[in-house]
Design a protein around this ligand. Structure first.
Ligand code: ATP
Ligand code: MG
Length: 728
């Protein structure tokens, strides 16, 4: 008599059940977004436990984020109720490696030195500081030899599981010949500090397994069942680690989607998923095709887009859901207008004033951005209108190091007595002021009962400092005096002043000279900061605004809109998803394309696919015709991905009247900026030949709304975007 299946199995379709019930041997679940891969994986764990195939401690499940691990734990607990004691080894690669390494720390070392179980894990800042010291110790010029660049190299080696001793000759020669040597010195230094960095967690674990077969054997025997989510994003080190651990029982179940591989830039190899069947002969491959997350409109739009990629495995996706709302597309005048509009839409959804969706809770809405600097406009806008939001997976805009630095400059300019600000930036960028110089300033401040900046001035005057530090500090104090006077001058532009402060202080240059991969992003954030100033009359007003934004209590209960990057949204789902900033250069991201050509573009396209497929009921894509950088208009073209969306699943929305004056006022506005516009006539003519423009014309014709061709003397690109279906 066939027993009734356990209730937790009843909620699965046949393919999912096959994946859940095929317990022995390797299994690869390869399926598109929203087909229930993660759900099947979770159920599989519950099933293993219910059947008593393994005790919780014998199951190893790897997730991509800690958040995903927590959610999986909750789900398993819900599926099982009180029936099973203990929990599986469930977490990210890093968190599981930490647990393993603590037990064998003594085996990690070089003969003389070894780790101790209480080792510390360095964060990126510590890592950089350490590398800087090593670079200095070799008497290399820090400007030419940025620690961040070295950190990036070392991370890359660790992702590929290459300790200094195994580094190929060619790679040792990186960093102009210093790479291998500095890497070895760094590893040595870490050991002496009883510390590891993130990359070490995996690399040490793998080398531990390779060097100590007995240790490996004990872990292989322990983990009877291994499960891996988001397998398409594993890098070489993670892959080696999994292969080693899975060799004994060979019960490894990996789930993934080649179309969602978005971490190639961090060393992930989508090839891992394609090679699974070779690595684990006899592997069962389960394909899931029914999507439970999104409406057909959303799915078709996403599928149409990803079809432009080459070398895909290809998948069928279908759903029983009602057709639903078309993916909405809207162009805005600029990024501020975009943020304003999205804020209004969200309020309308919340109040149930939008057709087709009913009332939507703020918790059900997400804004997914390509680059973190895009968050600023939303944070400011939501702050202003009192719309609760949370930023997931990263600091909020105003908490970023470079933003805090820049703000410290502004604060010190406005309030010369702001000692905290002084301390933060007096030696950033480096002004050759050592601890001793700073102590001197502190002493003078105490003696005279004055703020640090004033004390610095006195110390300079009294000749209490010497050498390079003296000259630099004198310049610094003088510059602050100038900037302060300018800030008091009501006639001067506070935006220009802000730019001047960042330039003259050498702060912008510090990041421009920084060769690390995150430096360009930081420069973008700084530009974004200057842009934010435009909404205020002076620096003072801006500083007050930011103080308020920063003061917001993180822990506030209640509904909140989620803001996060596309990368951070992997695996998640929301009923309503806003996808702003679909402009060429921003998304697809110019750097990704410059560095990796077609491969980079395809990864960007997968990221777009991930974005759209996060939506359950509605996806809204938007672009801005202008982004302002340093107070100058930068016209932008709609993303090429917009051209790739299948038209039948897209609804174009009409941009609202802008700046209260509608089209005419906006045109005049653009005209006023024409002098600073970089686009010449040839470039303007190009606009009319671009696919984006033609497509808009075609669409507008369909809608019988004329596309206005703007006078050529003004910023036509911006005007082109603005006039899409515009009602005047
Ligand atoms: P992604 O590729 O984005 O990570 P996924 O394949 O992991 O997606 P899940 O997150 O597991 O998909 O599932 C998507 C949604 O569909 C979830 O809300 C899940 O609860 C639901 N779901 C999955 N399987 C079923 C099913 N058999 N019946 C009903 N709902 C399901
Ligand atoms: Mg998933």
């Amino acid at each position: 008599i066939a027993a009734r299946p356990a209730p937790y199995l009843e909620g699965l379709n046949a393919a999912q059940r096959a994946a859940v019930e095929t317990l022995e041997g390797p299994v690869l679940m390869l399926a598109g977004a929203g087909t229930g891969k993660t759900r099947a994986l979770t159920t599989r764990i519950a099933h293993l436990l219910m059947l008593g195939k393994a005790r919780p401690g014998q199951i190893l499940a790897v997730t991509f984020t800690n958040k995903a691990a927590r959610e999986m734990k909750d789900r398993i607990a819900a599926l099982l109720g009180e029936t099973v004691e203990g929990m599986p080894w469930l977490g990210t690669f890093h968190s599981i490696c930490v647990k393993i390494l603590r037990r064998h720390a003594e085996l990690i070392g070089n003969g003389e030195l070894h780790l101790k179980p209480a080792f510390t894990i360095l964060d990126t800042d510590d890592q950089i500081r350490l590398l800087k010291q090593l670079i200095q110790a070799e008497n290399l010029d820090e400007k030419r030899w940025p620690a961040r660049q070295l950190a990036h190299l070392i991370d890359g080696w660790k992702n590929r599981c290459l300790p200094p001793s195994n580094l190929p000759k060619r790679e040792k020669a990186a960093f102009d010949g210093w790479g291998g040597r500095l890497y070895a010195a760094y590893q040595e230094r870490l050991l002496s500090l009883n510390a590891v960095d993130f990359g070490d967690l995996l690399m040490h674990c793998v080398t531990l397994f390779q060097a100590h077969p007995d240790v490996l054997k004990s872990w292989q025997e322990r983990f009877r069942y291994i499960l891996v989510d988001e397998y398409q994003d594993t890098n070489v080190a993670q892959y080696m680690w999994l292969r080693l651990l899975a060799q004994a029982h060979r019960n490894i179940c990996c789930v993934g989607d080649d179309d969602q591989s978005i971490y190639g830039w961090r060393g992930a190899e989508v090839g891992n998923i394609l090679r699974f069947e070779q690595d684990f002969p006899g592997a069962q491959v389960v394909r899931l095709e029914q999507n439970y997350r999104s409406t057909p409109q959303i799915l078709s739009a996403a599928s149409g887009l990803i079809a432009a990629n080459s070398g895909r495995l290809g998948k069928t996706l279908w759903t029983e859901a009602e057709a639903g709302e078309k993916v909405r597309l809207i162009g805005h005048w600029d990024s501020e207008a975009e943020a304003r509009w999205i804020g209004e839409e969200i309020e309308a959804f919340q109040g149930g004033h939008r057709a087709g969706l009913g009332k939507v809770s703020l918790d059900d809405i997400a804004i997914l951005v390509r680059a973190s600097h895009q968050m600023r406009a939303f944070e400011d806008r939501f702050m202003t209108i009192g719309l609760p939001y949370r930023v997931i997976g990263g600091p909020r805009f105003y908490e970023r190091a470079e933003i805090r630095d820049a703000m410290a400059y502004f604060r010190l300019v406005v309030s010369p007595a702001d000692d905290l600000a002084f301390e933060r930036i007096v030696n950033t960028p480096k002004r050759g002021l050592g601890d001793k110089a700073l102590q001197t300033i502190q002493t003078v401040a105490r003696r005279h009962g004055v703020p640090l900046l004033e004390a610095a001035r006195i110390a300079v005057e009294e000749g209490q400092l010497t050498g390079k530090g003296l000259v630099n500090l004198r310049d610094f104090v003088a510059a602050l005096g100038r900037w302060h006077a300018d800030a008091l001058d009501a006639g001067a532009s506070h935006i220009e002043l802000a730019e001047r402060i960042l330039d003259e202080s050498g702060y912008t240059a510090m990041w421009q000279n920084d060769k690390s991969p995150d430096a360009p992003g930081r420069l973008d954030n700084l530009k974004e900061l200057v842009k934010a100033l435009e909404e205020f009359d002076n620096l003072q007003g801006f500083l007050e605004h930011v103080a308020l934004v920063m003061d917001r209590d993180e822990g506030e209960a209640g509904e909140e809109v989620s803001i996060m990057t596309l990368h951070g949204a992997k695996g998640l789902e929301f009923p309503v998803v806003f996808l702003p900033g679909w402009e060429d250069g921003l998304f697809p991201n110019q750097r990704a394309m410059d560095e990796n050509g077609t491969k980079g573009l395809e990864e960007e396209r997968r990221l777009a696919y991930v974005g759209i497929t996060r939506a359950e009921r509605l996806a809204v894509i938007s672009f801005a015709g202008n982004r302002r950088l340093y107070g100058q208009w930068q016209s932008s073209m709609p993303s090429r991905f917009i051209d790739e969306l299948p038209e039948e699943h897209i609804e174009i929305l009409t941009p609202p009247g802008l700046y209260g004056g509608g089209y005419g006022a906006a045109m005049a506005f653009a005209g006023a900026n024409a002098g600073t516009d970089m686009h010449d006539r040839a470039a303007q003519a190009d606009v009319y030949n671009s696919p984006g423009w033609k497509r808009m014309q075609a669409r507008a014709a369909e809608r019988k709304a004329p596309v206005r061709r703007a006078p050529v003397t003004i910023d036509t690109e911006a005007a082109a975007h603005f006039s899409v279906g515009d009602k005047v």
